[in-house]
Design a protein around this ligand. Structure first.
Ligand code: PLP
Length: 481
């Protein structure tokens, strides 16, 4: 069963419009644009409204469902963020307005730049990048410019831990680098010895995510940063997991040279389905001259201006200043929580993840049995032996009313199940989710077909996800020839 298409509910002769009588003389229309038949569904206005309202209710979102999508930080988006972003003084701005008429907006951006630099321990911020991957691009272009400026253009190798998100190697490759994967040790850390063995005069950077995508804090991070710097290379931090360390660890203080921040994750702006987001990039003094421009500056008289930067800037990354509406939401979130509130966010995110992990780890395998940060990665290996793969478990969770966690990522964990509950969920929700996963594990033993044929209650059954992504059918077709 699946949701009916408009073509299926269409009935010949059912009008959806009432045109007034024509009050101008008829005029001949060009033959070339005339058609005998216009194949549109025939429906009344109410049917159309019901159809689309019903479809919208089939959507899963953080407002309807627990959404523990690991590495995505699907936390509640407080409504006050939306209220502030809709204030006419923000919502009705035009990017071509003269600076003196948008001082409030520039001040917001300036203060957001400073807040993000303070939270992460860096000296400067550019808000422009449109998402995390775009922030990575900014960071790696700066690192490339830095080496070229020093006559070190021969540094063409970038080291990336084997647990990394796919955007890391993709970004490095887009900047013209070749990448080398650094293996993970038995505790889930980057193996410092293997890293050292790869560091040489050709190494431009290490791209590292801390906490890693295994949800683990790198136990040798200071040793790693030192080794990279001793080799003349720089450390790029993927800050997608910042939600675990707010108010506790500053990547800048660990010696990182640059970091991007997925504000749409950590600072609660709505995301999923491709955007919009924002991926501001923060840097230390080494990379400051290379920062993309413009950024917002404040002059001695307290006026906010757009600073076009010096000759070493890698330049503009996108039109105008970035996703301003997202900045307003992130700034609101920061001001609502304050420094203490931000720390409590991370404490609760880590506590929730460890609570959920402890409920599940006996039944599902935990490949790296350590205290986790804001997320954890299980393996569905035991269930696979019974004939129920991680994909089946994820689909069966939909029947229990939950959005599945991230699956099959990170790639180094076989049958990976990566859950990030976030700080905004209650103990009751975590208990209910754990009960569902434990029930599915029991079903895998008693009746594996139940999961293999899931979902049973969703509006659509199992999809051919590859074809749906590669050859989507986006146009209505009446099917009549
Ligand atoms: C660890 C990590 N790095 C980078 C990214 C890319 O961020 P974005 O999706 O905002 O481009 C993600 C996104 O999920 C991520 O989880």
């Amino acid at each position: 069963m699946s949701e009916p298409l408009l073509s299926e509910v269409s009935r010949p002769g059912r009008p959806g419009h009432q045109l007034p009588a024509c009050d101008v003389p008829d005029a001949p229309l060009p033959e070339a644009v005339l058609r005998d038949e216009l194949r549109l569904p025939e429906l009344g206005e109410l049917e159309v409204i019901r159809h689309f309202t019903h479809l919208s209710q089939c959507n899963v979102s953080i407002d309807t469902t627990f959404y523990p999508l690991g590495s995505c930080t699907m936390k509640y988006n407080p409504r006050i963020n939306e209220d502030v972003a809709r204030l006419p003084g923000f919502a009705l701005l035009h990017p071509y307005q003269p600076e003196e008429t948008v001082q409030g907006a520039l001040r917001l951006m300036y203060e957001l730049q400073r807040a993000l630099a303070e939270i992460t321990g860096f000296s400067a911020t550019c808000l422009q990048p449109a998402a995390g991957a775009h922030g990575e691009l900014a960071g790696m272009l700066m690192i490339r410019a830095y080496h070229q400026r020093r006559g070190q253009g021969h540094r063409t190798k970038v080291l990336i831990p084997s647990s990394a998100h796919g955007t890391n190697p993709a970004t490095a490759a887009m900047c013209g680098y070749y990448t080398v994967a650094v293996p993970t040790d038995a505790r889930g850390n980057v193996d410092p010895e293997r890293l050292r063995a790869e560091l040489d005069e050709h190494t431009a950077a290490l791209m590292i995510t801390n906490p890693s995508t295994l949800g683990l804090f790198e136990e040798h991070i200071q040793e790693i940063v030192q080794a990279v710097h001793e080799a003349g290379a720089l450390v790029y931090g993927d800050g997608a997991n910042l939600n675990a360390i707010l108010g506790m660890v500053k990547p800048g203080a660990l010696g990182f040279d640059a970091l991007h921040i997925n504000v749409h994750k950590t600072f609660s702006t709505p995301h999923g389905a491709g955007g919009p987001g924002a991926g501001p990039v923060v840097v230390g003094p080494t990379l400051e001259p290379f920062l993309p421009r413009p950024i917002v500056a404040r002059d001695a008289q307290g006026h906010y201006t757009l600073d076009g930067g010096g000759p070493d800037s890698i330049g503009r990354l996108r039109a105008f200043y970035g996703h301003f509406g997202i900045f307003v939401r992130a700034y609101t979130y920061l001001r609502m929580h304050g420094a203490d509130g931000l720390r409590r966010i991370s404490e609760a995110a880590v506590l929730n993840a460890n609570y959920l992990r402890s409920l599940l780890q006996g039944v599902y395998e935990l490949p790296y049995p350590r205290t986790c940060m804001h997320e954890f990665v299980l393996s569905g290996r035991r269930q696979k032996v019974l004939g129920v793969k991680t994909l089946d478990i994820a689909k069966r969770l939909i029947d229990y009313g939950f959005h599945p966690p991230t699956i099959y990522f990170p790639l180094i964990v076989e049958e990976a199940i990566m859950a990030e509950p976030t700080e905004t969920e209650s103990k009751d929700t975590l208990d209910a989710f754990a009960q569902a996963l434990l029930a599915i594990a029991r079903e895998a033993e008693a009746n594996p077909d139940l999961a293999r044929s899931a979902p049973h209650t969703a509006p659509v059954r199992r999809l051919d996800e590859v074809t749906a992504a590669r050859k989507p059918i986006l146009r209505w077709d009446s099917g009549r020839k």
